[in-house]
Ligand binder design. Structure first.
Ligand SMILES: [Ca+2]
Length: 294
């Protein structure tokens, strides 16, 4: 079965990379990241015996239907849209067993320049259209840091509030590759460094304000498509052999929703544009945020 085949590789990579950050002794006293992670890990093992290790970043939930309506609240929320011209590209990388290369064509779309910030998300909460994130502590709470501790359904609610939607997995990767280029990162094939991305190697104990590493932006100007916080996308998780090749989302229901792009607590390999993380949609964690598309 697709997920059973794919998850072990995903688990080994994501866990090795991110669990050290989740349990790092230099986290602030009282931080609830480690307990949350442990709780999730225990739940996972009972939910999915294939997941041999804790802290898989992988997930579901009832979500409102996608919406493509116009965007009166996007401006109010401070969304900066970047137009992404469509095209055909090779999605995936043979390095990852669950991301085998295949051709996909993506229509033109627009994507938020940044991960959704705390300030933007709070505006939705204040409007009564979003529920509060699961607090990850004060070091994550700056106005311009990405909102974390949000489930996939919470991400969907915010996207709907601004008149947008979550990007599909194909759109996300196409955008991260600076318009579908054959390269590992938004900037090319040079490994991620702290000049380019907010990743574990930088030694941070939290996210940074969005767009802190402009040298790592995509050619179209998207910030933090590698690192800072993982980003939920629309798709259910599964191998690509059952995924549409027209840029639309995989809608065959499963147990996990996909997230992309690496994070402050995860090693640079996980910030490859092709790397796929997935978790149960209700998962809320200090490495997990989202951005909107439209
Ligand atoms: Ca990111």
């Amino acid at each position: 079965m697709a997920i059973a085949r794919a998850l072990p590789l995903f688990s080994a990579l994501a866990i090795a990379a991110c669990s050290s950050a989740a349990t790092s002794p230099d986290l602030e006293p009282g931080a609830d990241l480690a307990p949350a992670s442990s709780a999730v890990a225990a739940k996972d093992r009972s939910f999915a015996p294939d997941l041999a290790r804790p802290n898989d970043l992988a997930l579901l939930a009832d979500a409102p239907p996608p919406t493509d309506t116009a965007v009166p609240t996007a401006d109010k929320a401070g969304i900066q849209w970047v137009q992404i011209p469509g095209g055909a590209f090779t999605m995936g990388d043979a390095f990852f067993a669950n991301a085998q290369p295949h051709r996909v064509t993506v229509k033109s779309f627009r994507m938020a320049k940044t991960e959704t910030t705390n300030k933007q998300y709070q505006a939705c909460v204040d409007a009564g259209a979003c529920t509060a994130p699961l607090s990850q502590g004060s070091r994550f709470s700056g106005d311009d840091q990405p909102v974390v501790g949000v489930s996939w359904a919470q991400a969907k609610a915010f996207a709907a509030w601004v008149g947008g939607r979550l990007p599909t997995e194909a759109e996300w990767e196409y955008a991260a590759r600076s318009g579908g280029k054959d390269q590992k990162y938004p900037w090319g094939n040079d490994s991620a460094t702290c000049d380019l991305a907010v990743i574990e190697e930088c030694g941070n104990s939290a996210t940074m304000p969005v767009c802190s590493k402009p040298a790592g932006n995509t050619k179209q100007g998207l910030c933090d498509m590698a690192g800072n916080a993982w980003e939920w996308v629309e798709d259910w998780y599964g191998l690509y052999d059952a995924t549409p090749n027209d840029g639309s989302a995989r809608e065959t229901a499963g147990a996990y929703r996909v997230f992309r792009g690496g994070a402050w607590g995860c090693v640079n390999t996980l910030a490859w544009s092709s790397f796929r993380g997935a978790y149960k949609p209700e998962y809320q964690h200090a490495v997990l945020s989202f951005r909107v598309a439209g």
